[in-house]
Structures are given as C-alpha cells and as structure tokens.
Design a protein around this ligand. Structure first.
Ligand SMILES: Cc1cc2nc3c(=O)[nH]c(=O)nc-3n(C[C@H](O)[C@H](O)[C@H](O)COP(=O)(O)OP(=O)(O)OC[C@H]3O[C@@H](n4cnc5c(N)ncnc54)[C@H](O)[C@@H]3O)c2cc1C
Length: 396
C-alpha cells in the first residue's frame, strides 16, 4: 500500500447522508475535485423532512428541486395545539405563510426520496467522485489530511468535510469537543393515508411527553412524528399497523378522520449534541456531525443545509479550500445560528416535559401572546424560517 498518495483532491466529504450529498453537489463546481466517501443507503423508516424556504432554494441551486417537486407537499399553515393538560392551556395558534408574504413555509418530503434524488444528481455531476467505503483513519498533514479505510485506496484532501453524523470520525480526528445528551423520549414515525384533506396544514400537538405532529404529504397523506417516553414507545411500536393507525387517530383527535398506515414505521431515540467549534485544522463539520436535536419545528436538516451554504460561501474561489482563513470564516458563520436553534428547541422540549407551574404558565402566556399579537407572530415565523426567507410565489 502506498503511503504517499498522489496530489490531494480539493475536498473529501465523509458521509453520504442528505447533508453530505448536498455538500458534494454544492462544492463540486468551478473545476474543483470533490470525493464523497460513504455508503449510499436510503432506508425507508417513515421519516419525512420539512424543508423550509431557504433549503428549497439551495436544492434548486444544486439542481435537484425539479426531481423533488412531485414528491413534496407545501406547508402553508402551521398549527400548534396545546394538548398538555396544563392549567394554562390556550386555544390553538395558527401561523399562515401568507402573513409573511410566502406561498409556503416549506415542503415536506420523505427522507428516502430526498436522499435518492440527491444521490442521482451526484452520480451525474462531473468532477464529483463517489466512493462507497467507510473511512477509518484521518491523519492531518501540513497541506492536507490523509484518509484511509475500507473499500477505497488512501487519498489526501486539502479540505475534509465531516458529514458523518452523530458519531463523527472527522470530529474526533479534528479534536473538536462535543457535548451530547439524551432525552427520555423516542420518536415514532410513519406515513398515513386519511379520509379528509390536510389542506396543506401541519399540526403539532404539544403533549406532556413531547410533540405529536402530522405533516402533509401529496394527496390525502401525512407523516407522523410522535415523541413518547421509551416505555410507551415499546408498547405502541409492538402494535400491528391497523391498531397503530387507530391509536394515532385517537391521539390526533380524529383530525383527518380514519387513518391507514402506508409503508414502514420507525422508532428513533431522542438526544442532542453540540460542538465547541465547527472547524479545526483542515476539517469542517456539517449536519448532524455538528448538531443534533429533537424534531421540533423542522430545524435539523434545514440547519444542515444552511451549513452547506455557509461552507460553500466560505471556500468559494479559494485555491486552497482548507486554508485557515476559510475555516475561520466558516466557523464564525455557523456559531450564532446553530447555538440559537439548539437552545430554543431544547428549552421548548424541556418545558413540555416538566409539569412545573411556572413553565406551564410561561408556555401558556407565550402561546396566548402568539395568537393575539400579529407582529410577534410574524417575527416568530421569520425567525423560525431564518436563512433569509424572502417573499416568493410558488411556481405554476
Ligand atoms: C423523526 C425525525 C424527524 C425529522 N424531521 C425533520 C424535519 O422535518 N426537518 C428537518 O430539517 N430535519 C428533520 N429531522 C432531522 C434530519 O433528519 C437530520 O438532521 C438529517 O437527516 C441529518 O442528516 P446528516 O446527513 O447530517 O446525517 P446522517 O443522515 O446521519 O448521515 C450520516 C452519514 O454518514 C455516514 N458515515 C458515518 N460514519 C462514516 C464513516 N466513517 N465513513 C463514511 N461514512 C460514514 C453514514 O453511513 C450516513 O450515511 C428529523 C429527524 C428525525 C429523527
């Protein structure tokens, strides 16, 4: 085995999940050599992702939006229902995209459909090499980093991008410190057909154990993300599809009438992760390698796609994309956005999990203020979208 691999590639991305694939497409431009390392797997576990307006625009820029259009449903209304049984329970709050000049807050699509479309575009992109192996070691050198592992010959890269998820090897090799934690919650996922139209409305029931959300898909279909405690998750996961559908129908107060499970169901333990830096040496972290939190308010992948846009902007036009100024620019660009979202989602989730009166009162007062005060509601909507949502009309 040669220890002196030839000329380094410009960029090696570790991890071919949705964020790594999007990064590969965004970075393989202007004659840059990009290698994407990692198995291409698109498991169907009933998980969908609501892609907010800024993510949708990034997907258009990297050339995959057209392939997704038919598989995605617009989200024009978001409804929050306080189902916590709190003394300070408030009526439902509705956010309408039209209030802030948008046709839709975003589009909901099956995770597997998104990943497949990204992989297909990546296979066709000149200058982008896909290697399905697993990276085992990453050694920093002066002007590059050297990667080796299973299923590919060792290679060197000027910039190594860690898109390798929660247990990131790149993060460890870069010496970036992370903090991770668990929530006493498991997310149950699934896709349902239902009797009544969803009217492009996503409904989030805030229960004592966490949110239970139905998000529209094309046709009379919605996806479910339901956070429950681990014991309850075990009991519910053991139900057959018909019993599960009835259980969910009761939980969502028969919002759309009778429900039927279509496709596979999933069960994902909930946790969080944050890092002290987003880049070190010639390595940068994106997606769940840099931040993990529970699926509340559709933030996780959207944040990962904003990492991609920021990294692209930091290295654009640079001869040496892993050089110190580019890495410092990327680190600075991501700090505020990621910390703000991680903190906000954590606080919201924990106020649901506690039954302390002050937390209930604060949440109740917050919901009341949101339902009554238009400018506050619009501010929250813009903050929720972030990434510079601009008034835009849906095509067609
Ligand atoms: C129930 C649920 C609902 C969600 N809903 C939303 C939503 O509505 N909106 C939203 O924005 N986000 C949502 N999210 C979050 C979103 O799903 C994640 O942020 C996103 O999938 C993370 O993608 P990723 O590419 O960073 O990580 P991953 O999908 O974990 O990909 C990491 C990849 O790295 C690979 N890898 C790991 N180690 C190596 C190695 N050593 N060598 C090579 N490859 C390696 C793995 O094989 C994997 O393919 C949700 C999450 C959950 C759990």
């Amino acid at each position: 085995m040669s220890t002196h691999a030839a000329e380094p590639v410009d960029i090696a991305i570790v991890g071919a999940g949705p964020v790594g694939l999007a990064a590969a497409l965004a970075l393989a431009t202007g004659g840059r050599s990009v290698t994407l390392l990692g198995p291409l797997a698109t498991p169907r576990d009933g998980r969908t992702v609501a892609l907010l307006d800024s993510s949708w625009r990034l997907l258009a820029e990297i050339g995959v939006q057209d392939a997704l259009q038919e598989k995605a449903a617009p989200l024009t209304v978001m409804r929050l229902v306080d189902d916590s049984g709190s003394l300070f329970r408030q009526p439902p709050v509705e956010f309408r995209a039209s209030e802030i000049g948008l046709d839709a807050f975003g589009w909901n699509i099956e995770n597997a459909d998104l990943t497949e479309a990204l992989a297909e575009a990546a296979r066709a992109r000149p200058g982008l090499r896909l290697l399905p192996g697993l990276v085992r070691t990453i050694e920093p050198e002066d002007d590059a980093a050297r990667l080796s592992g299973e299923g590919f010959a060792p290679l060197r890269a000027r910039l190594v991008v860690g898109a390798d998820g929660r247990n990131s090897q790149v993060r460890a090799a870069a010496g970036i410190t992370s903090r991770d934690w668990r929530y006493p919650q498991v997310a149950l996922t699934g896709i349902f057909e239902h009797a009544r139209d969803h009217r492009e409305t996503s409904t989030e029931f805030h229960t004592r154990k966490g949110p239970c959300t139905l998000v529209p898909l094309p046709g009379r279909r919605s996806s479910l993300v339901w956070l429950v405690d681990p014991e309850e998750a075990e009991v519910i996961a053991a139900l057959d599809d018909a019993s599960f559908a009835r259980r969910v129908e009761t939980q969502v107060q028969s919002l759309f009438g009778a429900m039927r499970v279509v496709g596979s169901r999933g069960r994902i333990p909930m946790g969080g992760l944050s890092v002290d830096r987003f880049a070190a040496g010639r390595m940068a972290l994106i997606g769940e390698a840099a931040h993990v939190f529970p699926p509340i308010g559709a933030q996780g992948l959207n944040l990962g796609l904003r990492d991609v846009a920021a990294l692209r902007d930091a290295v654009i036009g640079s001869e040496d994309p892993g050089a110190e100024p580019m890495m410092a620019a990327y680190d600075t660009a991501r700090r505020t956005d990621v910390r703000l979202r991680t903190g906000a989602v954590d606080v919201l989730n924990r106020t649901l999990l506690t039954d302390l009166l002050p937390a209930d009162l604060m949440r109740g007062a917050g919901l009341l203020a949101l339902s009554r005060i238009g400018p506050l509601r619009r501010l929250v909507m813009r903050q929720g979208l972030a990434g510079g949502a601009q008034a835009r009309r849906r095509a067609g």
